[in-house]
Design a binder for this molecule. Structure first.
Ligand code: N01
Length: 590
């Protein structure tokens, strides 16, 4: 055993362990649950996390206005009933600080924090074919080995900053929304420019507009946004959820989005109702519902272009009613893609923001940005000056967090090379030639189109069973083949082809990154279908997973925890997010 390089030696006089059974990369909600659950196997686990704290997406995306777009009673862990009963979410759609406090609370309460080495980015993964072990290297000089690696690295983690000419010449402060400084940014009296009007831009723009002296928004694509109608959670609603959590969580398993969206009408077409009745239904949904329930008003919005256009036009009418300047309203009306084929945005006063005298909207589709200058930026139509520049320009989604990690498989092939024509894998989990490396929310999984906390729990539960099965039978390696990858790739493609998704130049297709292959990377067939596919084959798992015996000895030791990774003496859970009605947790805030 050698001393792990890069760890603070003064605080850790004991030699550090460098050989593990499982390394988990990422301490977002998926990685934390993986560390908690897999403890039940009685193995040696190690977590690495680039951030200084847990939360993943909710650690990094601390830009003003950051807020989840799934209701918090749904978007939360289900694995511990005490946690879900006692935790009090203050608002329907939690802001980033509340989610970060929740992540910290879970990390502390379930003893997960101690298993994670924070502030450490994995920058190389190499599989040794001879020993069937992964060699894991980090930017702090750690070199560890593990039999299994779980990449809980997030679908939206690798930042995209467009390669604008002159970017380095900008003389003011600049930020990407997903790497926002913890101390915040003071916009008072400042002229601010924001590039990007996706989900992030639509959240940050109204907040910055209220603080800045002037805000210029550079829009390339107008997006559909629905009012979130966010509000405090009332006790009756909360009580109903808590009394029925078991039933509701179970219902989620059988839905495509791993969420129960009350009031969804998957039996009713846009064309089943009269024009007046349709208008009334959409009006009611716009005024009272919460976000994605809007698209759940009719079953054919995502699949039938005529149905979609009718609903899209309803939203455009709303924009024209809200925005006073008709030219600005028209520019904000999305016309380049069907509604919902880029992620539908949820906002808090987005369109209203353009009625403010201190906000200017600039069309960079008709007049693209040509360069960043020391004092602002230049488009083909002219110059714009500002003191602070915000890139709300998204991510190298789905693949970026994996390919940027420098992964080499069994035959010495790099993942980046294997995925040169787009990501391939089997069931979203396993890449042929990269044994014992499991992705959570990988490309080809429902990922962002299903509620990501619970769908991560189910993926990890399934992994737990797979690894337990391997250990029980002395299997060393699990891999898949390119034939199985092809068959899953065809299924992912067919599911997308049955919808309107491919009609948009979205990050789902890799279209936001110049040169990235256009492959639809999200499985839109639904989490329920993936769940069913994963559970075909019982304990041995579904066909397509190739198990290899290299050592007939059973290597599994006695579980350290009770069944399913639950600590044998569960500790009670204290509730209390920042600002929650039930006091505060011991966890640090922002
Ligand atoms: O990123 P995006 P995002 N010149 O890629 C523009 C999740 N999320 O961070 O559309 C000019 O959607 C780009 O323009 P265009 C959610 O899944 C969730 O906003 O490519 N503009 C676009 O307007 C979401 O889908 C939540 O023409 C350029 C913007 O930058 C995902 O994260 C909140 C440009 C990027 O939009 C990503 O959202 C936030 C260029 N060269 C995010 N390059 C919630 O839970 C890019 N753009 C609520």
């Amino acid at each position: 055993m050698t001393v792990t390089q890069g760890l603070p030696r003064d605080s850790s006089p004991e030699p550090q362990e460098t050989d593990f059974d499982i390394v988990v990369i990422g301490a977002g909600f998926s990685g934390m649950y993986a560390l908690y659950k897999l403890r039940g196997l009685g193995l040696r686990l190690k977590g690495f996390e680039a951030g200084d704290g847990p939360g993943g997406t909710w650690y990094w995306n601390r830009y003003p206005g950051a807020r989840v777009d799934i209701e918090s009673m749904i978007y939360s862990y289900s694995f511990d009933d005490t946690l879900q009963q006692e935790w009090a979410w203050p608002e329907h759609f939690s802001p980033q600080p509340d989610l970060e406090v929740y992540a910290n609370h879970v990390a502390d309460w379930f003893g997960i924090r101690d298993q994670i080495q924070f502030g450490t980015r994995v920058n190389r993964l190499r599989f040794d074919d001879a020993t069937s072990r992964w060699h894991v290297s980090t930017d702090r000089g750690d070199e560890v080995t593990a039999r299994f690696v779980i990449a809980a690295t997030g679908s939206l983690n690798a930042t995209n900053i467009p390669d604008f000419k002159g970017a380095e010449s900008f003389g003011g402060q600049w930020y990407h929304t997903s790497k926002w400084p913890k101390e915040g940014v003071d916009f008072a009296g400042q002229r601010v420019g924001i590039i990007g009007t996706g989900s992030t831009g639509i959240q940050v723009i109204p907040v910055v507009a209220k603080e800045a002296a002037h805000l210029t928004v550079f829009q390339r694509t107008a997006n559909f946004s629905i009012p979130s109608r966010n509000r405090p959670i009332d006790p009756v609603y909360e009580r109903d959820w808590k009394q029925n959590y078991g039933k509701y969580r179970e219902m989620m398993k059988s839905t495509a989005s791993a969420a129960v969206l009350m009031g969804q009408r998957m039996d009713r077409s846009v064309f089943d109702v009269s024009d007046e009745e349709r208008e009334e239904i959409l009006e009611r949904a716009w005024e009272s519902c919460s976000g994605f329930k809007f698209t759940g008003s009719f079953k054919d919005i995502r699949t039938n272009i005529e149905a979609n256009e009718i609903v899209a036009e309803f939203v455009r009418r709303k924009i024209r009613q809200i925005v006073k300047d008709p030219a600005v309203a028209e520019l904000l009306c999305p016309k380049t893609h069907p509604l919902g084929t880029k992620r539908l945005c949820l906002d808090s006063g987005y369109y209203e923001t353009f009625n403010r005298p201190n906000v200017t909207l600039v069309n960079v589709r008709s007049n693209p940005i040509t360069e960043i200058t020391p004092t602002g930026l230049r488009t083909t139509a002219g110059e714009h000056e500002f003191d602070i520049l915000i890139y709300a320009t998204g991510f190298d989604a789905m693949t970026g967090s994996m390919t940027r990690m420098n992964v080499t498989g069994a035959d010495g092939r790099r993942l980046e090379d294997k995925w040169v024509n787009g990501p391939t894998n089997y069931l979203g989990f396993l890449v042929a030639g990269f044994p014992n490396l499991f992705m959570i929310h990988g490309p080809g999984s429902p990922s962002v189109l299903a509620q990501m906390i619970m769908s991560a729990e189910w993926q990890v539960d399934w992994l737990y069973d797979r690894i337990a099965h391997m250990l029980d039978r002395g299997y060393q390696r699990v891999d898949t083949t390119e034939q199985w990858e092809d068959s899953w790739g065809r299924e992912v493609e067919a599911a997308a082809n049955a919808t309107l998704y491919k009609r948009a130049d979205s990050w789902y297709l890799g279209a936001n990154i110049p040169g990235k292959p256009r492959v639809f990377m999200v499985y839109v067939g639904g989490f329920d279908k993936l769940h069913a596919a994963l559970h075909r084959g019982g304990a041995a798992g579904p066909r397509g997973f190739r198990l290899r015996v290299r050592d007939s000895r059973k290597v599994r030791s006695a579980p350290a925890c009770g069944r399913g990774g639950t600590p044998s003496t569960p500790r009670p859970c204290r509730a209390g997010a920042a600002g929650s009605r039930r006091g505060s947790s011991s966890s640090p805030g922002r």
